[in-house]
Design a protein around this ligand. Structure first.
Ligand code: FAD
Length: 435
């Protein structure tokens, strides 16, 4: 019997260290809002963030999403989940712990599919926290939910790829040293999932244009950055192909599986933060009829929020355990989709209730709740919108069911009763006879 919800004391000590470190060192720094941790050209990043990263490395907690062969700890997803639910309280903490998106996913695919040269040029400095990266997929003109529709092309011309197209909502593009661009390289292939490849484009390549900066409500430019990019006759060496030609979708799955569950782990931290604020407000605020905590509608908000967070956390931990067990994201696709659907809903509900209970202050920028509620909306869109994941989940679940023969469902009581009578006919006859 091995159902166990306890954390071993040695790892709990690490979690306690992370908890204090995030609270005392990272959260205050983040509040200054003076610079962006992805901006490796800023001296503030190199001094302040690097100093904190060194402490994380000294604790053996750097880039824990990676295996030991890549400089990570190889803790596995369950331990990572316990860490990330603390790290997730802060937007900046992932940068300090070397696990920030999109770099974490980009490092993962470079590690799996990169050539030795690509690993030396891009992966190692990325793992060392010296450079930043961007994953370049979504386009303004077509639905990002269905990447087979993308129009950006990369055409091989002699020894170079020539990239043309537009990409937007490119997280950290303005700080990135390189972009991993998803582009059509095999337009004539029938299977739409084999038409696209990934090409590495260094940021300073001629023809890469920043059209504009896209600010997302609730984040503010100092907290994050998303850009609209245009690629016009951008030429990169043929050796900049990442993985095989036409392999973009298969490679992207490696990246997205991990990315989604890691976001979910961090979302637990945010939802707990909102829950703590909800409860603190409830026990602190008086209205004419008494303290908010004594009112049943407030109590309902608290009870519902706690249940939703705990249910979500168990789903995330169970999925993390499944990933550790199978070591293959494809085998847990439906579980990851379930987590992806639950994540924005739980964060939205808890943040909304906490925001509401704080009245005007709650919706203002003097508390992080409005931002959290907005982040929940963003989570429902990025990495595939909720609808797409519900479709995938339902399809996978339905594979376990077969149509019934005849008009009655399997659970039809009269049919089952009839079968039960037949099964026990002899026994029943005996009973009647002996009475
Ligand atoms: C903050 C932020 C950061 C981002 N970072 C990056 C990044 O770094 N790199 C990158 O490439 N992209 C990034 N994106 C883009 C993101 O991946 C896309 O927004 C996402 O894939 C959805 O694509 P879309 O915006 O074109 O919406 P659409 O695909 O147009 O979808 C809009 C809506 O249509 C509905 N819908 C779509 N498909 C279906 C369906 N099959 N069934 C039912 N309803 C459906 C859903 O309600 C969906 O929300 C980011 C976006 C945001 C907001």
């Amino acid at each position: 019997m091995s159902w166990d919800f306890e954390t071993e004391p040695e790892f709990q000590a690490k979690l306690d260290w992370i908890d204090a470190f995030v609270r005392d060192e990272i959260e205050p720094l983040e509040l200054l809002g003076e610079f962006h941790p992805a901006d490796k050209s800023s001296s503030a990043t190199t001094t302040l963030i690097r100093g904190l990263q060194d402490q994380v490395k000294a604790q053996g907690l750097w880039a824990c999403h990676l295996g030991p062969e890549l400089g990570g700890q190889g803790y596995g997803q369950v331990k990572l989940a316990l860490m990330n639910e603390i790290v997730g309280r802060s937007q900046w903490a992932p940068y300090v712990f070397g696990s920030q998106a999109p770099d974490s996913g980009n490092a993962e695919i470079l590690a799996h599919f990169g050539t030795d040269e690509q690993k030396a040029t891009y992966l190692q400095p990325l793992l060392d926290g010296e450079i930043s990266s961007c994953y370049s997929m979504t386009e303004p003109q077509v639905s990002g939910s269905d990447p087979t529709l993308q129009k950006t092309t990369a055409i091989l011309d002699g020894a170079e790829w020539v990239v043309n197209g537009e990409k937007w909502f490119q997280t950290n593009a303005q700080y990135a040293d390189f972009f991993i661009v998803m582009a059509v390289t095999e337009p004539d292939v029938e299977d739409p999932y084999r038409r696209m490849s990934l090409v590495i484009v260094p940021a300073e390549t001629p023809g890469v244009e920043f059209v504009r900066h896209l600010e997302v409500a609730g984040e503010g430019s100092a907290r994050t950055s998303h850009s609209y990019l245009k690629f016009t006759d951008v030429r990169v060496p043929a050796a900049n192909l990442l993985g095989e030609r036409g392999g973009a979708f298969a490679i992207a799955q490696t990246r997205l599986g991990g990315g989604r569950i890691h976001h979910a782990m961090r979302a637990i931290g945010r939802a707990r933060q909102a829950f703590d604020m909800l409860c603190e407000r409830a026990v602190s605020r008086d209205v004419r009829q008494g303290r908010l905590s004594g009112m049943q509608m407030t109590q309902e908000k608290i009870a519902d929020s706690w249940i939703e967070i705990e249910q979500f956390r168990l789903l995330v931990l169970r999925t993390a355990w499944l990933i550790d067990r199978h070591q293959d994201y494809k085998m847990v696709r439906k579980d990851i989709s379930a987590v992806k659907v639950a994540m924005p809903a739980v964060l939205h509900n808890v943040a909304q209730r906490a925001m509401h209970l704080h009245g005007a202050l709650g919706v203002s920028d003097e508390l992080p709740l409005a931002s959290m509620a907005h982040i929940a909306e963003v989570m429902g869109i990025v990495d595939g919108p909720t609808e797409v994941h519900k479709i995938l989940l339902a399809r996978e679940l339905l594979k376990n069911y077969t149509p019934v023969e005849g008009p009655w469902p399997t659970a039809h009581i009269p049919t089952r009763r009839e079968a039960a009578r037949e099964k026990y006919a002899e026994l029943l006859e005996h009973q009647v006879a002996s009475q």
